[in-house]
Design a protein around this ligand. Structure first.
Ligand code: NAD
Length: 292
């Protein structure tokens, strides 16, 4: 009887052969994730990809109705739930992390993804509004730092976990985004490198993903603000984001492409990938830098 119960028990431990096979199909089986900005765009697509791969997900966002609807669409309350979390408030980020631990006992994956682009249009340096810079940095950079800090707080004692932060191609090249936005995304890449170095021996990995243009509400609103006088139709704006901004013609960059990159970084397939910035832009940044 002891042997049988030991055998059954060993089948269900996280390192068991049983879970090894389950993970071949569902690569995040048994994992717990928090996704900031998970109510829309890249965060929503990633929540769907994570749930499909066996993870339980806490969506943390400031769009309550949308967040609740997305969580309900993605699964039962146990598979996916929503919590209000403004990433500019460190206490709310701490609460979102603690909620995941209270509900599910641990946190395996933190996706610091919430972001904003700042004031409409891309004002030149002379017209830059410093208050806008502070707002953008508060969400995109300080919000990510809060996510790193509180995810590490619960991951380091378990000596495992993957933290992923959404940066942007605009953080790598000039001329791709507004000044504050570009600076905030370069900061995300810097934060990831600095924190990954500090945590390298702790068992927690920290990586960035840098997408380029995808027609999410954030990108569509930004592009619409460039040429208000032209009164571009929704279709024309979508085309600009999907096709004109990217160099890889004939194929479009989609939220799901970023979700799959996040899945890789979240999974044990990336167990030795740390401090990396995974650029998912079809080669746009290298093409632009070659021209610069
Ligand atoms: P999106 O607008 O669809 O999603 C952004 C989400 O972040 C929204 O649900 C929003 O409510 C949430 N959010 C905003 N401020 C928040 C705050 N203070 N606290 C919590 N949540 C907040 O846009 P998206 O394109 O999916 O953006 C996701 C990330 O991807 C952002 O960091 C963005 O900068 C980055 N990104 C997007 C593109 C693109 O072209 N779409 C390219 C590169 C990087």
């Amino acid at each position: 009887a002891h042997f049988c119960s030991a055998l059954i028990f060993s089948l269900f431990t996280e390192e068991s052969l049983f879970f090894f096979y389950v993970r071949l199909i569902r690569r995040l089986a048994g994992k717990i994730a928090v996704i900031t900005g998970g109510a829309s765009g890249i965060g929503k697509a990633t929540a769907a990809e994570f749930v499909r791969n066996g993870a339980r997900v806490v969506i943390a966002d400031i769009q309550d109705d949308l967040g609740r609807a997305v969580a309900a669409e993605l699964g039962s309350d146990n598979a996916c739930c929503y919590t209000r979390c403004d990433v500019t408030d460190e206490a709310q980020v701490a609460d979102a992390v603690d909620l995941a631990v209270a509900r599910h006992g641990k946190l395996d994956v933190m996706f610091n993804n919430a972001g904003i682009t700042g004031s409409p249009g891309w004002p030149p340096l002379g017209a830059v509004d410093l208050a806008d810079f502070d707002r953008v940095m508060a969400v995109n950079a300080r919000g990510v730092l809060a996510g790193l800090k509180h995810a590490a707080r619960v991951m380091v004692p378990r000596r495992r976990g993957s933290i992923i932060c959404t940066a942007s191609a605009t953080g790598l090249c000039g001329g791709m985004g507004a000044i504050a936005y570009s600076a905030s995304k370069a900061t995300v890449i810097g934060l990831v490198r600095a924190v990954a170095a500090e945590m390298a021996s702790s068992g927690v990995r920290v990586n960035a993903i840098s997408p380029y243009a995808i027609p999410t509400p954030l990108a569509l609103a930004t592009v619409a603000s460039w040429h208000p006088e032209r009164g571009l139709s929704a279709e024309e704006i979508k085309r600009m984001v999907e096709i004109d901004l990217n160099v890889m013609y004939g194929t479009k960059l989609e939220e799901e492409d970023i979700a799959r990159a996040a899945l890789y970084l979240a999974s044990d397939d990336a167990k030795y990938v740390n401090g990396h910035n995974l650029v998912v832009d079809g080669g746009t940044t290298v093409s632009r830098s070659a021209k610069n």
